[in-house]
Design a protein around this ligand. Sequence first.
Ligand code: HEM
Ligand SMILES: [Ca+2]
Length: 300
Amino acid sequence: FSALSPYYYDRVCPKALPTIKRVVEAAVYNERRMGASLLRLHFHDCFVNGCDASLLLDSTSTIDSEKNSLANKNSARGFEVIDLIKKEVDKICGRPVVSCADILAVAARDSVVALGGSSWNVQLGRRDSTTGSRTQADNNLPSPLLDLPGLIENFKRQGLNQKDLVALSGGHTLGYAQCFKFRDHIYNDTNIDRNFAKESRRTCPRSGGDTNLAPLDPSHDSFDTAYFSNLVKYKGLLRSDQALFHGGSGSTDRLVKAYSYNAGAFSSDFAKSMVKMGNIKVLTGKQGQIRSNCRKVNNY
Ligand code: HEM
Ligand SMILES: [Ca+2]
């Protein structure tokens, strides 16, 4: 059960959604990668105590920010765009009525659409947390070194199944990864195309170049099925990507193959799984708050 609704802001602030879309489009126009970064923020929020914008809180004397966790530090980006969206939305609505958690969910959808993916209705009405937890982030955000059983278990803890795992991993049709996140895979694994490994080692030497970037998918600026066709060719960049195809038990192989040649099935399953992920442990009604600054808990 979830009390969320796609019409949540229709009465209180009908201009909220168009405003978010406008700022996301401008940000993506300015830098295509920003679409990838914004999509990832929603995922990294939802997997840590649910979709409550806990990720956006900066450190204080009592909170060690989720931004400092292993998966987010020097990696998660796009926080300034979220700040700008929040500012514009609060201005157009006249007061803070749109939660930071909803902004993350809508910005993720608008990013996918801006980069050529198909749209879906975002469920709305989430409220913002009054706390965040670096430890929770470290315990819940999946490592790129996980094998298939590890990934399945990680998603299962969030109430997500193997189909959600494969569909949502398709988010890696966008954006980049840093060398130190994929080095192990390109030097030590055997389920990788030889030439792809060789090329990737040029961007990512055995030592040094830790922050060098490689695209997660050759068509990293467009939301397509190349991520999956690459997995079928053993050209997944992260160990956790290739794990989904011939990476272990084989229980996800069939789906990877299906998505590789069926863009419609991927789009529609991706949308369904995004809605499902967006429902993880949401705060509603009188729970939590609507922050006036996404980086800080309200002090009133
Ligand atoms: C299945 C488990 C997952 C693992 C282990 C994982 C891991 C990673 C890693 C290591 C990076 C590169 C970060 C860096 O080098 O700084 C990355 C990037 C990214 N991830 Fe994931 N990810 C997973 C699932 C997802 C999901 C579910 C989504 C969204 C639906 C997603 C969206 C992205 C995007 C868009 C980027 C590129 C970000 C950018 O360029 O700024 N990932 N992920
Ligand atoms: Ca959260």
